[in-house]
Design a protein around this ligand. Structure first.
Ligand SMILES: NC(=O)c1ccc[n+]([C@@H]2O[C@H](COP(=O)([O-])OP(=O)(O)OC[C@H]3O[C@@H](n4cnc5c(N)ncnc54)[C@H](OP(=O)(O)O)[C@@H]3O)[C@@H](O)[C@H]2O)c1
Length: 283
């Protein structure tokens, strides 16, 4: 499995499997089992997805050694602040039924991120978490939080795809060697992305699907995509991206389709309250 080296010396698989919006009624467990059987070794869940248990069950059932699977989960806003975060980490460990989590993220950049980050740093010291990172942190949030951090984040999980390439943020993070991890790597199924002429002609050139070209673009840019699917055909297709590569001309053409705008703007500060109301994970 191709990997990416992180700023703390650990490595992460170059592609992961995301489980956002996959219900924990057996569907999530089944999708993760399928992903593991196809070859994925990196699963991205979150406390707010309410499906950590299904992820844990699939991992146990797979029979694959724990150390061969890379698990990411995320602390939800309800568990922010130092004391709450310590409990939130323990709840994720319990739900996943594991002794450690490979990567744990601050899911959102609002409220007491400083206290929550301190709890994450301590959990690294205690061996509960191997690496810590952030999500949805734009440059402004990073400028405030980075000076408070004893441990620098290994990744920032952001909306990112060929139509929203996050060039400025990636440039800002480069000196810290914080890697970009892409949520909505396939644009959440956005038709505009799938019907883009540059992507379609590139797919034709390599006899690959548009989805495979998009994922290959991420990997060649050093971005770590975590596509989601509940279709076995798509799960398999999205993993078959290591048998071809894009040349510099393809990369230049795809870099040029960036629109610089995504579906979500974390800098809108009312989002924190909205999300907190929308995802209540303890009641
Ligand atoms: N940190 C955050 O705030 C945040 C926010 C959103 C998401 N995420 C993470 O990022 C992951 C990915 O995001 P996402 O699931 O929302 O979007 P995505 O992976 O960009 O797109 C998933 C959509 O694309 C479809 N799809 C998947 N493979 C396809 C293929 N080969 N051809 C055509 N359609 C395909 C899926 O449908 P089918 O199921 O039918 O295949 C689904 O509708 C999430 O699961 C989650 O782990 C994180």
């Amino acid at each position: 499995m191709q990997t990416v080296k992180l700023n703390n010396g650990t490595t992460i698989p170059a592609i992961g499997f995301g489980v956002f919006l996959i219900p924990d009624d057996g569907t999530c467990q089944k999708a993760v089992e399928e992903a593991l059987s196809v070859g994925y070794r990196f699963i991205d869940t979150a406390a707010a997805y309410m499906n950590e248990k299904g992820v844990g069950l699939a991992i146990q059932k797979s029979g694959i050694k724990r150390e061969e699977i890379y698990i990411t989960s995320k602390l939800w806003l309800q568990d922010y602040g130092y004391e709450n975060a310590k409990k939130g980490i323990d709840t994720s460990l319990k739900n996943l039924n594991v002794d450690y989590i490979d990567l744990y993220l601050l899911h959102q950049p609002y409220f007491d991120t400083k206290g929550a980050w301190k709890a994450l740093e301590e959990a690294v010291g205690e061996g509960k978490i191997k690496s810590i990172g952030i999500s949805n942190h734009t440059i402004g949030f990073l400028e405030k939080l980075l000076p408070e951090m004893k441990i620098k984040p290994v990744i920032n999980q952001m909306e990112c795809n060929p139509l929203f390439q996050q060039k400025k943020l990636r440039e800002f993070m480069s000196p810290f060697d914080i890697k970009m991890q892409a949520w909505y790597p396939l644009g959440h199924g956005n038709r505009e992305l799938f019907e883009n002429e540059v992507l379609k002609s590139t797919a034709k050139k390599y006899n690959k699907s548009v989805s495979q070209v998009i994922l290959r673009w991420h990997i060649e840019e050093g971005i770590i995509p975590i596509p989601k699917s509940t279709s076995i055909t798509h799960i398999k297709e999205n993993f078959e991206v290591f048998d071809f590569s894009l040349d510099e001309d393809d990369m230049t053409k795809i870099r040029a389709i960036d629109k610089g705008v995504g579906s979500h703007n974390p800098d809108n500060l009312s989002i924190g309250e909205t999300l907190l109301k929308a995802y209540k994970i303890h009641d």
